[in-house]
Ligand binder design. Sequence first.
Ligand SMILES: O=P(O)(O)OC[C@@]1(O)O[C@H](CO)[C@@H](O)[C@@H]1O
Length: 441
Amino acid sequence: MHQTQPRVPLPPPLTSDVPGTWAFDTMSRRVRTDILARIFRENQFQSHVVLRLQQLDTELSAAATTPLSLLPHDGGPDIIVWNEHILKSFVQQRCTWLSAPWAVAEFYLYRRIMTAIDYFKTPVDPFQLQKDLGLTSSIDSISALATRVNQILHNPSIPITSESTLQHLQTFVFISLWGNRIDLSLWPVGGADEHTVKATGGQRSSQSFASVLQAGQKMILSNHMTQLVSYISQLSAPCRFDIIVDNAGFELFCDLCLADFLVCTGIANVVHIQLKAHPTFVSDAMAKDVSATISFLQSIQSQQGADTSASILGHRWAKHLSSGKWKLCEHFFWVQPQPMWQMPSDLHADLSQSALAFVKGDANYRRLLGDLHWPFSTPFADVLCYFPSPVCALRTLKAELGCGMDPVQTQRAAREDDKWLVAGKYGVVQFCDTRSSARSQ
Ligand SMILES: O=P(O)(O)OC[C@@]1(O)O[C@H](CO)[C@@H](O)[C@@H]1O
């Protein structure tokens, strides 16, 4: 029988009321000084919108004592889910922005921003500038990677025989993993905090990303790559794959490189790209951001003259979309805080058609784990056995939770860097074949 939730007892949720934690710093400081402040700076909203954003800022300035409230009817089709299923019990218990489960409070913040800006009447993305800069400032990395991708997929001297395909598969999975380091909510383009990647025009991320890829293996605290590759190599025919993506910008570019590889090699006959239904977590990708990325790639040729790699890629990706090899899917569940084992039945049924879902990034990973305080050594399969399809999490660590990590590795990481859980330097590649895991129970 298919598990409907983790097969081990559930620990308590992370909350953001413990001073000294990243969760506390996020909800009591970062969301105001980094996220809301940028929205004010980077948008020209009408005065009534500014007023609502200021009211939200006032609530957050007293986060420890301000209780969460239900959402007003703002035209969003998700109101009933939010008010009846997500918020009701926390509102009844008078949970505050800090005492409510962290995931609930943090997703709620972005949903409140949508209310404040009247998003469901006039869908303006308040993070558009950051998203645009995320692409343009990564142009060198994008061009370099585009050249490599085209060599692998088009150069007849690198045959796509099965052994080399599996080698390349690993490369593309690593690229997608480490693309998650470049996260605009942590490293805003042009920002100047401790996490900031130096914004030096077009060279923003090319050096850092090359060095991240090189550092690679030793920064991975749990690595199921062998099992992942073995599973994929045993699929008998081209199948559907899913990528539950995370950030727009350079990370999305990296994820689309993986999706490109999967369809060009015939490993996949279709890749469903699972996207957010409204702007959230600053940089999280929506369908429009995929289209913008492809248009940006197609335009690089005219900007750069000689280098056509990115533009070739952009045209190929546009064809993947028009031919139906790539399908863009937005769902409101992806912008909500519930544990993934509470996935709505339509999405569950749909994902159960997939041969494999790659789940990208930290916020999605938190939801895979229900944002709970698992002992770090809890086996990944004991938690993820409920997922509707075989699943591979590609996450760089940016929050104080995890599972499936050997204590030898976590102790090493803690010795090397006291911010190992949140700095995005360490990563995991974790795989669970939920179908065989169910059979072996
Ligand atoms: O999902 P992503 O982009 O990898 O990370 C999201 C994130 O930046 O936001 C949260 C803190 O605000 C944490 O979960 C994490 O640090």
